[in-house]
Design a protein around this ligand. Structure first.
Ligand code: UD1
Length: 427
């Protein structure tokens, strides 16, 4: 297992290219299952989760070819062809490694009339049930059976039928699964209280490029006119707003000046508003977003909630930054019930954080001190990297495979803007 060693204290400055978005990629890849014609995705990030998803698609009978992309983020280009599906089963061995595998349920069901996916089970940041995914598919006429750790969905004879889906709470994944099923259902589907994260907009645009008809894109009410088939397309994955937000925090916590090349400000309003309130200078330009910090960081009160509010995927990184603010911050996590696993690790570095249920009280300290820390999930790992960049002395972050799931070439990107960071193999 690898670890990352950081000698903190360097002020970061320069240009840092933002990669294609992991969470957009993970919902665009299964779109390939919806058509017999090829889907080409460009600007795909080079990440462990994207590779795992490619293997899952291969398992289902999709042929994949990968090319190195052009441009400075060196994203990849993958062409996926699902002429016919070889299997309708997503097995335990793949699903347990990557929860997003559940996103093949809707498209395989819509295309083949049935789909069987291993239940994803619990995960480090909470229970993460899939009941909303299943209810949405039932609203399109599917029958759902649960047996031996698998969920099997079967469409009526003649295929899924358009329906009305009213989500009791906002779910990104359930909205994605429902969309990918509804585009091939007979007739009209109306979805209410749909998630409207930028990654959902990206999914809708890709589906439209494949011939789908969707109204209300970017709102919480989506109307879909089902088609009997979709065609091939080429689609560029959006830039990763969470990667960009994470590196914005790296600039903030080191008093640095970073140009997040390719980042899109309109996808990140709540994150940028938080940075500005903390006293960081943020400037959106044609090239990307420039983040400049100097002087003391101000404390914040932030609550996570579905888009357009502040994203749960940025909570841990903001916490690391606020650990060094001049005053007391209050962070409330409303999406996942167990997303404070970075708190004890940050405390090992000298942070003063108390958790009361879903709220964390962060009292700013003068300095953090390098320590050996353990990564527990993807964004928690990033908060430890950020703390390490600002800390006195050396920080060693263990179990970095979490980071490899979501941050492309992390050490390379941070070294290029002046960080003293390297990866070692634990052997
Ligand atoms: C996606 C993102 C993840 C992000 C999250 C919230 C991907 C691959 N992952 O995860 O990075 O943190 O959105 O922005 O895109 N819920 C249910 N029943 C369900 C589904 C969800 O109760 O059937 C609950 C969850 O437990 C959670 C909340 O709804 O409390 C939101 O989850 P959801 O939006 O579905 O997150 P994911 O799609 O899993």
């Amino acid at each position: 297992m690898d670890r990352i060693t950081i000698r903190g204290g360097n002020r970061l400055s320069g240009r840092l290219p933002i990669s294609g978005a992991k969470n957009a990629a993970l919902t665009l890849l299964p779109c390939s299952l919806l058509s017999a014609e090829p889907l080409t995705l460009t600007n795909l990030p080079r990440l462990a989760d994207v590779d795992s998803f490619g293997h899952l698609l291969n398992e289902l009978g999709v042929t994949t070819t990968v090319k190195r992309g052009a441009g400075d983020v060196i994203g990849r280009e993958m062409t996926m062809t699902a002429s016919a599906l070889a299997s309708t089963v997503a097995p335990y061995d793949i699903v347990r490694k990557m929860r997003a595998s559940i996103l093949v349920l809707g498209p395989v069901l819509a295309r083949a009339g049935e789909a069987t996916v291993s239940l994803p089970g619990g995960c480090a940041i909470g229970n993460r049930p899939i009941d909303l995914h299943l209810k949405a598919l039932e609203a399109l006429g599917a029958e759902i059976e649960l047996a031996a750790g698998y969920v099997k969905a079967t469409a009526p004879k003649g295929g899924l039928i358009g329906g009305r889906i009213s989500f009791p709470m906002v779910s990104v994944g359930a909205t994605e699964n429902a969309l990918m099923a509804a585009v091939l259902a007979r007739g009209e589907t109306v979805m209410e209280n749909a998630a409207r994260e930028p990654e959902i907009v990206d999914l809708c645009r890709c589906l439209v490029a494949m011939g789908a008809e969707i109204d209300g894109i970017g709102t919480d009410r989506l109307t879909i006119q089902g088609k009997t088939s979709l065609h091939g397309a080429t689609y560029e994955v959006m830039p990763d707003r969470i990667e960009a937000g994470s590196y914005a925090c790296a600039a903030a916590i080191t008093g640095g000046d970073i140009m997040l090349a390719g980042a899109r400000a309109e996808d990140m309003e709540a994150i940028l508003a938080g940075l500005r309130e903390a006293g960081v200078h943020v400037d959106a330009t044609a090239e990307g977003i420039r983040v400049q910090a100097s002087g003391a960081l101000q404390p914040l009160t932030v609550s996570t909630a579905p888009f357009p509010a502040f994203p749960t995927d940025m909570q841990a990184q903001f916490m690391a930054m606020l650990a060094l603010a001049g005053g007391t911050s209050v962070l409330t996590e409303t999406i996942f019930e167990n997303r404070y696993m970075h708190v004890p690790e940050l405390a090992r570095m000298g942070a003063d954080i108390q958790v009361h249920g879903r709220t964390a009280i962060v009292k700013g300290v003068d300095k953090l001190i390098g320590a050996e820390v353990m990564a527990t999930d993807l964004r928690a790992s990033m908060s430890l990297i950020l703390a390490g960049l600002a800390a006195d002395g050396e920080t060693r972050v263990h179990r970095v495979y979490h980071l490899d799931r979501g941050y492309e070439r992390l050490e390379e990107k941070l070294s290029a803007v002046g960080a003293d960071i390297e990866r070692q193999s634990d052997g």
